[in-house]
Write a protein that binds this ligand. Sequence first.
Ligand SMILES: Cc1cc2nc3c(=O)[nH]c(=O)nc-3n(C[C@H](O)[C@H](O)[C@H](O)COP(=O)(O)OP(=O)(O)OC[C@H]3O[C@@H](n4cnc5c(N)ncnc54)[C@H](O)[C@@H]3O)c2cc1C
Length: 342
Amino acid sequence: MTTAQGAAPEHHRLIIVGSGPAGLTAAIYAARAELAPLCIEGLEAGGQLMQTTEIENFPGFPKGLMGPELMLNFREQAERFGTTFVTDDVDEVDLEATPKVVKVGPKTYTADAVIVSTGATARMIGLESEQRLLGHGVSTCATCDGYFFRDKELVVVGGGDSAMEEATFLTKFATKVTIVHRRDQYRASKIMLDRARANEKVEFIEWAEVAEVLDDGTGAVTGLTLRDTRDGSERRIDAQGLFVAIGHDPNTKLFTGQLDQDENGYLVTQAPSTRTNLEGVFACGDVQDHTYRQAITAAGSGCAAALDAERFLASIGDLPDASVDANRDEAEHPTGAATVGA
Ligand SMILES: Cc1cc2nc3c(=O)[nH]c(=O)nc-3n(C[C@H](O)[C@H](O)[C@H](O)COP(=O)(O)OP(=O)(O)OC[C@H]3O[C@@H](n4cnc5c(N)ncnc54)[C@H](O)[C@@H]3O)c2cc1C
């Protein structure tokens, strides 16, 4: 095979697409198994945690640490064992081909196995002030950030199950949680809506959208300008936090038509493994998980993807002897793939 420019593609045993907690954990495990993985880390290298400030719930860091620092630690650990990185986005893939083809600009890479860990992107309202105050009162994750909002007044934007669940959860910390919704009809299931309505700390403002996130020059959220969706009139409400709960988009466009996706575009894996519908292609992290969406769950599934890929490569006879360290015992943890060194 030659590329459009005539150069031979660069071949790797394993290519990992994405460098959030899932991709970098897969890289650490694959590199320690001497698979010399290539991680195409994306233009948003490090993933979602690069956008945030303090992480208090990642095990092993009792004092917490900043999101970017955590991700630099992940990357350094992956590099230490022999992961190489390309800092760019993948533009095109052919995962049905043998070997699998991964294109980045003019450069073509091939691989015997591919791990997809391209994550998901939280939908935002689209305001400059919202972007500027992300991590300073604006959040897309109540599980992650709720703890920082003890005794504060909060707003949750959205009308689906996630918005109801986040609002109800946030009442553990906040004095008041106001759900702001554009209409008086909700996508949320009746049970979730009823639960939020029954909570005395939850209030609803209907027929309203957030027009501006205010900080009054403090650098942290102090209030919101709400716009009436019927007559356009505006008013201010005070709040120290805004949780945007209007959904997530998995980063899966690249794989449409090749990898099976559910109705919301998330990749489908063959639980309890990380296998996709294509042999030798594995998926981990938020790109295949709309339920948990946490750094630790993404990292856990990244570990599983590397082990699954290692076993797949062994099954096709493409594994260096040194990699046969059998991170686990096949008899105890069968994956359906051939056993390394068994
Ligand atoms: C503001 C915020 C705060 C959060 N706080 C916490 C917290 O406190 N604790 C916690 O556990 N979780 C937290 N989370 C959730 C956590 O960040 C995610 O669950 C986790 O990052 C998911 O990891 P991932 O590896 O699956 O994907 P991501 O982190 O989304 O990484 C995806 C990677 O794929 C790459 N990529 C995408 N498309 C391409 C492409 N075409 N080519 C190459 N690469 C590509 C991106 O560049 C990125 O490197 C937070 C999330 C946000 C947004």
